[in-house]
Design a binder for this molecule. Structure first.
Ligand code: ADP
Ligand code: MG
Length: 140
C-alpha cells in the first residue's frame, strides 16, 4: 500500500484507511526523518482507534498509553539511550500488544521487534506539505 498525502488532515484520512486494514493486535513501526509526519500519522491512527484525548510527543515520556475502543500505545524512541533502557522501560510488554502499538524511531530497538511488525515509511515530497506514506518490507 502506498499513499500520497498533501496535508496533515490528509495524513489523518490515510491513517483511518490504513487502520481499517489492520488486524488487531498490531505493532506498527514508523520510519522517516524528523518532520516526516510520524506523530501526525499516529494521531490519525489513535483517532481511528477511538482515542478521545490528544496524542502528542512529550519530551521525556517514551511510552504513552491511551484507551480508545481498543488499547492504544504510542512509543517514541527518539531520546532512547540504547536497547537496555528499552528493556528497563518494559518495552517488551508493549511488543506483545493487546491493541495497537505504534513506534517512532523503532530502528533503535530493531532486534526487539516482533516478526509480524508492520513497517511504514514516511518521506517528504518536493513541496512543504507533500508526504509519501508506504507500507514496506522490514527495512531493518
Ligand atoms: N502531508 C502532511 N502530513 C503530515 N504532516 C505534515 C504534512 N504536511 C506538512 N506537515 C507538517 O509536518 C510536520 C510533521 O510533524 P510530525 O508528525 O511531528 O513529524 P515526525 O513525528 O515524523 O517528526 C508537522 O509540523 C505538520 O504540520
Ligand atoms: Mg514524532
Amino acid at each position: 500500500m502506498k499513499w500520497t498525502s498533501t496535508s496533515p488532515s490528509d495524513t489523518w484520512k490515510i491513517a483511518a484507511e490504513f487502520f481499517q486494514t489492520l488486524e488487531i493486535p498490531a505493532v506498527i513501526a514508523l520510519h522517516g526523518n524528523l518532520g516526516a509526519g510520524k506523530t501526525c500519522l499516529t494521531q490519525g491512527l489513535a483517532q481511528a482507534a477511538g482515542v478521545k484525548e490528544p496524542v502528542c510527543s512529550p519530551t521525556y515520556t517514551l511510552i504513552s498509553e491511551y484507551q480508545g475502543e481498543i488499547p492504544f500505545h504510542h512509543i517514541d524512541l527518539y531520546r532512547l539511550s540504547g536497547p537496555q533502557e528499552a528493556l528497563d522501560l518494559g518495552l517488551d510488554e508493549y511488543l506483545e500488544p493487546d491493541g495497537i502499538t505504534v513506534i517512532e524511531w523503532a530502528e533503535r530497538v530493531a532486534e526487539l521487534l516482533p516478526p509480524d511488525t508492520i513497517h511504514v515509511r514516511l518521506t517528504r515530497g518536493t513541496d512543504e506539505q507533500t508526504r509519501t506514506i508506504e507500507i514496506v518490507e522490514n527495512p531493518l
